[in-house]
Design a protein around this ligand. Sequence first.
Ligand code: NIG
Ligand code: FE
Length: 413
Amino acid sequence: MSSLLIRNIKTLYQAETTRRKVVKGADMADLPGIDDAFLLLENDRIAAFGPMDKCPSRADQVIDASGRLALPSWCDSHTHIVFAASREEEFVDRIRGLSYEEIARRGGGILNSARKLQQASEDELFEGAFKRLLEVIGFGTGAIEIKSGYGLSVESEIKMLRVIRRLKSVSPIPIKATFLGAHAIPVEYAQRREEYISLVIHKMLPQVAEENLAEYCDVFCDRGFYTVQETERILNAAWTYGLKPKIHANELDYSGGVQVGVACHAISVDHLEYTGDAEIEALKSSQTLPTLLPSCAFFLGIPYAPARKMIDAGLPVVLASDYNPGSTPSGKMPFVVSLACIKMKMLPEEAISAATLNGARAMELEDDYGSIAVGKKANLFLTRPVPSLGYLPYAFGSDWIETVILNGKTWTK
Ligand code: NIG
Ligand code: FE
């Protein structure tokens, strides 16, 4: 047995004596904290925590966290970190006036990434993705979801998912895999989209299930991509293979994606930049989580999702990075939390709830991650000395994470 004791923590946040699976609405602002706290880790789990006057006297290793805050690691429930190349030329095209959708219609965007990925070897893809994984761990991420979706052929979708499986085998943090064969319609199928959808349903899904390569199935249900009817067919087929839906919806328009996600019992519907009363009503009577990706809205210059309205309606908002080469070339969760506060008017406590416990729930990892609770995995970070919690989203761009702890041990790259 090895033990690590963290003493004199200025405030230990998201410390639960009663475990919650998810936090909704007004409860999102309730971020349980203990001032002047200790935290004891044994092996890879949280063994005890409380005020310093109850602090155990010894442990194998001791850290003095005076002036520092302790938080559970971010749970980033939406990323696309397996890709072959960056796309800064499209970024420049957008500066010159083209829109994300115009670039996609010209064969850029997702199709550009697919062409490059199809040519890349599994080893090359693994190397690039592993670097990104280590990068985001340094930003405090302690659990992550990764999607396929830049393969767009049976062979290349499977290649991507095998890369994710290989990442799982070496990663210090848990990874959930999502099959996103229906991310775009490949150019060669432009005039026969039905054939591609049939390939997704009858060739890709069975093989993904056969090799046990994914936990979830995603579809980009939006204007210019997949329709509501197509999405429903793919998600229903996915369920027959035990893959739960977790979809891209309403990034470009009121696409009906939220409603179809709810109808198909999706774990989460993600993006939601175009969300009105009907979408909020649909979400209210469901278990489906609304996942917001403010770094994408920031980078593409599209509207931010109405987080305030969602929280005021009692919904359990989730925040994730969407790290990908096209719409969000950043996996920095502290920046996501800052944007949520600055642009979507979420309180710091709400944003942190959304990026920790609710993010864990969006990957069905809430029993082991997402909060500081006895028995949970010891994935957390310590800040450098800071004045208060609000300072974290306020000091956007500053690197205020000082120590990352994973599986009960301090982590260094
Ligand atoms: O979540 N919107 C769809 N998919 C990704 C971006 C894909 C890309 O442009 O490469 C997203 O934004
Ligand atoms: Fe995405």
